[in-house]
Design a protein around this ligand. Structure first.
Ligand code: PMP
Length: 453
């Protein structure tokens, strides 16, 4: 079989048996499935030998490229020692070392690590731990969570309940717990002439009022610090997090920072919370934690939370929550190799230059007649396509303009996967300034095509 035949044959076999995530499978009657044979650095290669630059880090997980030699070597070595062991009653070197290093890197005051095996599970853990903490402390009336409009925290029922993206949530509404929702500090909604900081401060007043009125019933506020990624990469000012930390303290409510997407350097600092100088009560990590290699997540919390569960067995105060692959040894080892790269290559410092290259490359798009905003926080850059630039009128979602950009990018050899009308770059950190410029060109062509009629 020639290679193009191989591509098509694999796609056909796939479509006969697989059901893909977050996909209307009928789309594939028109949209080709892309079978990937190998990856190297920022590139993915199909069976036809065609290459695609992975501009979205394969759903925001990959940090240092595909098949990274250093992470490969670490996982390979671990494979010869121990692939996995139950983490209840047993422990192992990589889980222990990773916990020590996460505690050292996390904002000050977080001293305990609870592992799970994907982002949604970490969110479930944080929600349950917060609720259970208050119960153990004799506050059983605290049963509610406060969330931000336009937030996203995963797809399992608890995580979906505290999210607010209608496309994913609405259908399942009858299954979901009720939450209290405060307006998003999203600075796309700034008044003309209003700074991001002023806007985020102004919007905070609603959160303050909500907490003042309902804190007695509230376990925690959950937020995605600085960037609401699945909510179309909407961004806000760190001052919101500082104000929120202070309000949570005053009102006796936990703060859960879901850094599953924004952690590990995406916003320009290792953790987004650093930019506000705040320590959450629960820090949820996943995705980039293993460099994009293996599923793993961690909830890092305070010793005082841990102590509220620490008692004789018969008091039944323990946190009896588990996932089979909790603290998987291979995943922990990939995470350790990832943290080594951060330290050895001074990645956060190096990324500042890449972030500048992204800003420069995308700057001309700000003048495009159908671009409403180009916004950026660190290594995340988003371009919002609009029907009417002056009024910032969105395109109707039914027109699927983003899909046109996706198709164009694929044809040009780039994996861009817009969120609705928002084209964004969230690349692996091994991308070069030259590749960034090329990518911005592909995005510009795609946006031209997608907004032509
Ligand atoms: N929280 C945030 C902020 C996310 O972006 C995501 C995934 N996109 C999740 C939670 C859920 O993680 P997972 O897909 O690993 O369950």
């Amino acid at each position: 079989m020639s290679r193009p035949d191989l591509n098509a044959a694999i796609a056909a076999r796939d479509l006969a048996v697989l059901w893909h995530p977050c996909t209307q499978m009928k789309d594939h009657e028109q949209l080709p499935m892309v079978p990937i044979r190998r990856g190297e650095g920022v590139w993915l290669e199909d069976f036809d030998g065609r290459r695609y630059l992975d501009a979205i880090s394969s759903w925001w997980v990959n940090l240092f490229g595909h098949a990274n030699p250093r992470i490969n070597a670490a996982v390979r070595e671990q494979l010869e020692q121990l692939e996995h062991v139950i983490l209840a009653g047993f422990t192992h070197g990589p889980a222990l070392e990773l916990a020590e290093r996460l505690v050292a890197l996390a904002p000050p005051g977080l001293g305990r690590v609870f592992y799970a095996d994907n982002g949604s599970s970490a969110v479930e853990v944080a929600l349950k731990m917060s609720f259970h903490y208050w119960r153990n402390c004799g506050r059983p009336r605290k049963t509610k969570f406060v969330t931000l409009a336009n937030s996203y925290h995963g797809e399992t029922l608890g995580a979906l309940a505290v999210g607010d993206v209608a496309l994913y949530k609405e259908t399942y509404a009858p299954l979901l717990m009720e939450v209290l929702t405060a307006p998003s500090p999203d600075c796309h909604a700034c008044e003309p002439g209003e700074s991001w900081e002023a806007h985020s401060r102004r919007v905070f007043a609603d959160m303050e009022a909500l907490l003042a009125a309902r804190a007695d019933e509230v376990c925690a506020v959950i937020v995605e610090p600085l960037v609401q990624c699945a909510g179309a990469m909407r961004m806000y000012h760190p001052v919101y997090l500082s104000l929120l930390r202070d309000a949570c303290d005053r009102h006796g409510v936990h703060l859960i920072a879901d850094e599953i997407a924004v952690g590990f350097g995406r916003t320009g600092t290792l953790f987004a919370c650093e930019q506000a100088g705040v320590t959450p009560d629960f820090l949820c990590l996943s995705k980039g934690l293993t460099g994009g290699y293996l599923p793993l997540s961690a909830v890092v919390t305070r010793e005082s939370v841990y102590q509220a569960f620490y008692d004789d067995y018969a008091t039944l105060r323990a946190f009896l929550h588990s996932h089979s692959y909790t603290g998987n040894a291979l995943a922990c080892r990939a995470a350790l190799a990832t943290l080594d790269i951060f330290a050895q290559d001074r990645v956060i410092e190096a990324n500042a230059a890449l972030a500048r290259a992204m800003a420069e490359a995308a700057a001309p798009l700000a003048d495009h007649p159908h671009v409403g905003e180009v916004r950026q926080t660190g290594m995340i850059l988003a371009i919002e396509m609009v029907a009417d630039r002056a009024k910032r009128t969105p395109y109707p979602w039914q027109e699927r303009r983003g899909l046109r950009v996706y198709r164009h990018a694929l044809a040009r050899g780039a994996l861009l996967r817009p969120l609705g009308n928002v084209v964004y770059f969230m690349p692996p950190y091994v991308i070069t300034p030259e590749q960034i410029r090329w990518l911005a060109g592909v995005a510009a062509e795609g946006i031209d095509l997608a907004t032509r009629d």
